[in-house]
Design a protein around this ligand. Structure first.
Ligand SMILES: [Zn+2]
Ligand SMILES: [Zn+2]
Length: 168
């Protein structure tokens, strides 16, 4: 994912990259092809990049375990400063370029930001009902009878008492 910068005029430039995720050394949950859209703004001594990438992902639902496909968008901005002497920076969004650099490679950044955008929580749908913790049935597909039989634990002492009274 190399962008030649040596002959770029000042102003905005657009680039599109398309490849298989293998190229980025990404595997699960990523699969198939991805597409990255780059807007590059060249100023006097800096380049400002806005990169949006569209990925295809296959997740396993955290609640019901069903595998489902989804799309994943990953955005990031990177500022490349042309500097003789690279300064120390803590910002992950600033890179330093040698004045005579003629190209930039955005591959590792696209990969890095793709990994960051994988959500912690993965649900097949917002209101996934999950599996019954007793019988293991997928409650999205069918309602089992366990939940209706379940007794509110606060009533248990009372139920025990009732049993005892019935014995007498
Ligand atoms: Zn689910
Ligand atoms: Zn059940």
């Amino acid at each position: 994912m190399i962008i030649k910068i040596s002959n770029l005029s000042q102003g905005e430039h657009n680039f599109v990259f398309e490849d298989k995720v293998d190229y980025l050394d990404l595997d699960k949950p990523f699969y198939g092809k991805y597409k990255s859209f780059v807007i590059l703004n060249k100023l006097h001594d800096q380049l400002i990049l806005s990169v949006t990438s569209d990925f295809k992902v296959k997740y396993e639902c955290d609640r019901c375990g069903t595998e489902f496909k989804s799309g994943l968008k990953s955005d990031y901005k990177m500022i490349y400063l042309m500097n003789e002497e690279p300064e120390e920076t803590d910002s992950i969004n600033v890179s330093y370029l040698n004045r005579d650099a003629d190209k930039i490679d955005i591959k590792s950044d696209v990969r890095e930001f793709a990994l960051i955008s994988v959500p912690m929580k993965k649900l097949c749908k917002e209101d996934c009902k999950g599996l019954c913790y007793k019988c293991g049935k997928d409650l999205n597909k069918e309602q089992c009878t366990c939940s209706t039989e379940e007794i509110d634990p606060r009533w248990k002492p009372l139920m025990n008492l009732k049993d005892k009274l019935n014995l007498n």
